[in-house]
Ligand binder design. Structure first.
Ligand SMILES: [Cu+2]
Length: 357
């Protein structure tokens, strides 16, 4: 019955809207005798163009003013400064072009608005102008793309042989909605794994292949500890859907694709303890704590304790309803602290119950 009433109400609304549109049509027809734009229309449209120009410029400057403080701060990886330079060069090129192009587009639409009796100038082409606006963007874009390619190569390719020490191999395992880290252990080789071998009864949550001897000394952790100044090589797997391993402070991101292993590596350069003293981080954390205090006051059930900074591994692919909270704490520490932490961790062979044992 209620459904029927809803349908009737919807029908009545539709009929009244249809009637209204007829009234508007009649009203318009009585005022205008033509559908061709006249000088008054052109003037209104030209003025709107100018207004819109002012709006987008004002909004851009407002954005800088209001949101600059939420930008990423000091990079915490060896390749980070180069990555930030690429970003800043891109901004430096994009912004002047944005301001010039938007100004010309909107201002010309205003200045050269149609007027009764005016005739448009027939202008077929201008070789010189065409050359300028083709060649200049080609050169600028080539420089940007090459800069990007060289940076990417620099970040992604390193010579294992060349490194003074072998990088630490860590697997990042993504699943809805959590991360697990697996360290390769003393042999620095990860044991084979396959989602088909996942066995919750025997605590084999990552599907490690217990017939591969390399698995035995692997260390599975729910917190990612990294020693400062040492290269870490991540091998990334996903159990279910596309995720993306995103470590913004380290300027690192790589997709996690079910059925394949993707890789990324970087050298962390700032310990968690030092980053907590970084001016921008101190200011950011202070702002977060002010917001938290306000929300507590408003009656929200938040921890009494102040929030302190930690590096995070986040998921940057919308992978499901709890995607927003798919994160793992990263601790960057001195090599001694890292070694001490590693000693407290269980080996995979002591955690996983192997069938038959
Ligand atoms: Cu995810």
């Amino acid at each position: 019955m209620t459904v029927f009433l809803y349908i009737v109400v919807a029908l009545l609304i539709a009929i009244s809207l249809w009637q209204l549109s007829k009234v508007v049509k009649i009203y318009k027809a009585s005022k205008l005798d033509t559908e061709v734009a006249n000088d008054a229309d052109n003037k209104t449209q030209g003025g709107l163009m100018l207004l819109y120009l002012i709006f987008i410029f004002a909004f851009t400057f407002y954005g800088f003013y209001a949101w600059s403080e939420v930008m990423l701060g000091t990079p915490a990886s060896a390749h980070g400064p180069n990555y930030d330079l690429l970003m800043n060069v891109s901004w430096a090129i994009i912004f002047p072009v944005f301001f010039a192009v938007q100004f010309l587009l909107h201002y010309f639409a205003f200045k050269y608005q149609g007027k009764e009796g005016n005739k448009a100038l027939y202008y077929s082409d201008n070789m010189k102008l065409e050359m300028i606006w083709t060649i200049v963007p080609v050169i600028v874009l080539t420089i940007l793309i090459l800069f990007g390619l060289f940076s990417w190569n620099d970040i992604m390719s390193f010579d294992f042989e060349d490194e003074a020490e072998q990088p630490i191999v860590v697997e990042l395992y993504a699943q809805q909605f959590s991360w697990t880290a697996r360290y390769a252990g003393a042999d620095n080789t990860l044991g084979d794994a396959n989602v088909r071998l996942i066995d919750y009864d025997n605590v084999n949550v990552l599907g490690l292949d217990t017939s591969d001897k390399n698995y035995a000394d692997d260390v599975i952790a729910k917190e990612l500890h990294l020693p400062v100044g040492k290269r870490v090589h991540f091998k990334i797997r996903s159990q279910d859907v596309l995720h993306s391993a995103y470590m913004p402070h380290f300027r690192a991101q790589m997709n996690c694709v079910p059925g394949m292993v993707t890789e990324f590596s970087f050298i962390p350069t700032v310990t968690t303890v030092d980053m907590r003293k970084d001016d921008k981080i101190v200011a950011k954390i202070a702002r977060i704590n002010v917001l938290r205090a306000e929300r507590r006051k408003a009656g929200e059930d938040l921890d009494e304790e102040d929030y302190i900074f930690d590096y995070l591994l986040l998921c940057n692919k919308i992978c499901g309803q709890s995607h927003y909270n798919m994160q793992m704490k990263i601790v960057v520490e001195t090599p001694e602290e890292y070694a001490a932490w590693m000693r407290t961790q269980d080996k995979a062979k002591d955690v996983i119950t192997v069938a038959g044992n």
